[in-house]
Design a protein. Structure first.
Length: 81
């Protein structure tokens, strides 16, 4: 098992690190995974994870779907399954 955590909204690739899940501190998803592994499965360590030590860049938000379509970047068909 390899987990990826805490890499969204980051811009500095030199801050990426592979370490044990118990060493990741800034990611809310990793915190939830640590909690569930510990409480539901008794696993406290031993899961390698790729994460960034860079602080979050703030609230970047998502580009509204209609704005991306209106700008000609994507068409509605790009999102259909």
């Amino acid at each position: 098992v390899l987990c990826f955590a805490g890499a969204g909204a980051k811009v500095d690739p030199t801050r990426l690190r592979i370490a044990d899940l118990c060493e990741s501190q800034t990611d809310k998803l990793a915190k939830s995974v640590r909690y569930r592994l510990r409480t539901e499965h008794g696993i406290a360590s031993g899961i390698p994870v790729l994460f960034s030590t860079e602080p979050p860049s703030g609230d970047l938000g998502l580009v509204p779907f209609d704005a991306a379509v209106d700008a000609g970047e994507r068409s509605r068909e790009d999102f259909q399954v």
